[in-house]
Design a binder for this molecule. Structure first.
Ligand SMILES: *Cc1c(COP(=O)(O)O)cnc(C)c1O
Length: 229
């Protein structure tokens, strides 16, 4: 068995166990984060049944999509998007998870309208308000929803959040809990079925995230090993 196959099997086992602990009966989907790993790693993951891949840079994703010839996964953008890359992002990604400002939301709407695509997005919240991280603040919530209501070519599918990095994932449980409350509120405010994703949890904290309601986890290192920069 290759390292990637073994890593993937372990991650799936950990997801299964966290779901059981939490008594979850709904689906928890895995986004394999392939940033800084070669397209061969991505291809191997897809051949092992991975359906979602996450990239944090538009340029890197474009290169990989051009090289990759296998069965198409769903492509997720999980890193900060600049306005001058919005057109490319709308072309490349099935789900833009990292919508972190009203400005980028408007840029995505404009580009999606031009190409007549309805772009699925998540709103990224910086719940702990860490200064070094991108993301909307809780105080932006109502304004962003009001802006979204005017947009014809952007479809909100849920929320993404990143917890502060810590050695002990238990300490971030309250952050995930706040995110779940927002997600629950969104589900009540939008038509049935539209709000589907609560994206939270990475290699070091995805089990706690699942226990707190995440249904999309973004895992890189635990599948592919350490990234080399
Ligand atoms: C890199 C990254 C991940 C994956 O992190 P790992 O610790 O390698 O699992 C998840 N989410 C975002 C937004 C990332 O940038």
């Amino acid at each position: 068995m290759t390292d990637i196959a073994a890593g993937l099997e372990q991650v799936r086992e950990r997801i299964r166990n966290a779901r059981i602990r939490a008594g979850r009966v709904d689906r928890v989907e895995l986004v394999a984060v392939t940033k800084n790993h070669p397209v061969t790693a991505l291809a191997e993951a897809v051949s092992l049944g991975v359906e979602h891949v996450g990239e944090n840079r538009v340029q890197e994703a474009a290169q990989k999509r051009a090289l990759y010839t296998g069965k198409e996964p769903l492509w997720h953008l999980i890193g900060h998007l600049q306005r001058n890359k919005a057109a490319q992002a709308v072309r490349l990604f099935d789900l833009i998870q990292s919508v972190d400002s009203e400005r980028i939301l408007r840029a995505i709407q404009m580009q999606a309208e031009k190409t007549d695509k309805v772009q699925d997005i998540l709103l990224q919240f910086n719940i702990a308000e860490e200064p070094q991280k991108y993301g909307l603040k809780l105080g932006d919530y109502e304004n962003v929803l009001a802006a979204l209501a005017e947009m014809s070519h952007v479809r909100l599918r849920g929320l993404m959040c990143m917890a502060p990095f810590t050695e002990d994932p238990e300490t971030v449980r309250p952050v995930f809990r706040v995110a779940y409350h927002l997600y629950d509120d969104l589900r009540k405010r939008f038509p049935e079925g539209q709000i589907r994703y609560l994206s939270m949890g990475m290699s070091n904290d995805f089990e706690v995230a699942i226990e707190e309601g995440a249904n999309l986890v973004r895992v890189g290192t635990a599948i592919f090993g350490e990234r080399v920069y």
